[in-house]
Design a protein around this ligand. Structure first.
Ligand SMILES: [Zn+2]
Length: 497
């Protein structure tokens, strides 16, 4: 700062001196104009020269003219170096004002190139031997081949560790990986006899020695983090039927706003999305991808089959399960290939049946339904039931039939053949069927969930007429069954065969 101030003062004084002389000469000329033709020539001190000496790291590079040049030179050298290096260079250039009777000025452009050359020379002298690790087009600078080995081993172990506790050894050839060996910690054995078969690199990996600045060299742990950390990488996505931006974002684990950012115009034209159109999405992937081949053993079910038998003693439409059967089990050995933990291929090597399936057996009724019309005999409307309420006095009233509890949806069969006289909703009976069997005999079936016959239908004994339910005044699935003879209810249990 002292230099600069002095330079200013000196320039100022010099200007005053020159300006003063000029004024004196002018006044002199005006004053003596026409009176005396003799002009006075001013005497100027021309033999003191000033300049700015430029040095890099205490080595003098040359002298430039003025302070304006100094700013220009510094700015140009800085931008030229930043362009070459790709980062802002810290240039150790100093400027010193000099005055002398004999100065040789150096051209500004020459000074600029001297500064940049000096900087590059000096920096090169600071460089050291290192190894550049390339994973496809991504590069990492590590201090030695040993570090390359350790970084690759740690990264691989970390990436495989989620499924296998594994100890990886990477063998380096001249400038590429020679072999990847591994030992599974607990088992202490290598290769496909256990689970892990092979570890392969997807990207092209190689390395070479080079000279770098110390600041460019990465620490092992930082390099491992860099390689293994998931990064969002843009990939193409083809729109499929039913896609809208929000579902596309959700399917691909990304924010809707990111999808909009990557696909300009999408937000304003959501409805114009076309099937087959390509969008840009991001997927999270590590910098280095690994392929792991492993052998796995797992069980799968062998579905049971169904066998049908026929029962000539059952009426048609009646199916009865004789044997529920059981699914079998088979043990499968397969080789699966995963890239970064995601399965991309599976080859089944062997299947061993551990348990054979047992076929289910179902008996189908073959017997034709009897001819329509009354037989004079009565069968139970249900094949399986519990009587929950009997005929006769109940509380303060008299129960008009019997309550037969059964599974919801079971078949309700006609107790005898006849003609349907009621099939519909009947207040407290719920969905009701009534059949007239002739000779003044009728039967009623109440609380059904579904009715299968209509008024006027002729039905056979055993024919399915409804499904068990709990409609009307009912507390659970059951059939309220009545037999009415000449207008009076009778106890059905006295008539059912
Ligand atoms: Zn009842």
């Amino acid at each position: 700062m002292k230099h600069k101030k002095r330079h200013f003062d000196l320039t100022y004084k010099l200007l005053i001196l020159i300006g003063g002389l000029f004024l004196v000469v002018t006044l002199f000329n005006v004053a003596f104009k026409d009176n005396d033709k003799t002009a006075i020539t001013p005497v100027v001190m021309t033999d003191i020269m000033i300049g700015v000496e430029v040095s890099y790291n205490d080595t003098v590079l040359g002298v430039i003219n003025t302070k304006t040049d100094q700013t220009y030179v510094l700015e140009e050298a800085f931008s030229s170096l930043s362009l070459q290096l790709g980062y802002s260079a810290d240039i150790n250039v100093t400027f010193k004002e000099v005055t002398s009777e004999n100065l040789t000025y150096t051209d500004n452009e020459e000074i600029i190139s001297k500064i940049t050359d000096s900087y590059m020379d000096y920096q090169s002298s600071l460089k050291q031997e290192a190894v550049k690790l390339s994973i496809d087009d991504m590069e990492l600078i590590l201090s030695s081949r040993d570090d390359v080995k350790v970084v690759l081993e740690k990264a691989l172990e970390q990436m495989i560790n989620s499924t296998h506790p594994v100890d990886v050894e990477v063998k380096l050839a001249n400038n590429e990986i020679e072999e990847i060996q591994f030992t599974e910690d607990e088992l202490g054995v290598k290769n496909c006899e256990t689970e892990l078969c092979s570890i392969n690199m997807i990207e092209e990996i190689n390395f070479e020695n080079m000279l770098v600045f110390e600041s460019e060299i990465q620490e092992v742990d930082d390099a491992v983090d860099f390689i293994t950390k998931l990064k969002d990488k843009p990939v193409s996505y083809e729109v499929v039927s039913g896609d809208v931006p929000s579902t596309i974002a959700e399917k691909n684990n990304m924010r809707l706003s990111s999808l909009y950012d990557l696909n300009p115009g999408l937000e304003d034209n959501e409805t114009s999305l076309q099937i087959g159109e390509d969008l840009i999405i991001t997927v999270a992937e590590p910098e280095m991808s690994i392929e792991v081949v492993e052998r796995i053993v797992y069980d799968v079910a062998i579905p049971k089959s169904y066998t049908y038998t026929s029962d000539p003693n059952e009426y048609m439409g009646t199916n009865e399960t004789i044997n529920y059967g059981a699914d079998g089990v088979k043990e499968i050995t397969a080789t699966i290939t995963k890239i970064n933990g995601i399965e991309i291929d599976r080859v089944v090597e062997s299947e061993v049946v551990v348990k054979e399936p047992i076929s289910a057996v179902i008996s189908k009724g073959l017997k034709a339904l009897p001819s329509k019309g009354a037989t004079g005999t009565f069968i139970s409307p249900l094949t399986e039931y519990n009587i929950t309420s009997y005929f006769g006095p109940r509380w303060n009233a008299s129960h008009r039939g019997i309550d037969m509890a059964a599974n919801y949806g079971s078949s309700v069969r006609a107790s005898d053949g006849g003609v349907v006289t009621i099939s519909g909703w009947h207040s407290s009976y719920g969905y009701l069927v009534e059949i007239d069997h002739g000779n003044g005999i009728r039967t009623r079936y109440a609380h059904n969930s579904k009715l299968l016959v209509s008024v006027g239908d002729y039905v056979s004994q055993y024919q399915e007429i409804a499904k068990v339910g709990s409609t009307g005044n009912s507390t659970g699935p059951h059939v309220h069954f009545e037999i009415i003879i000449n207008g009076s209810v009778v106890n059905p249990l006295d008539y059912i065969q």
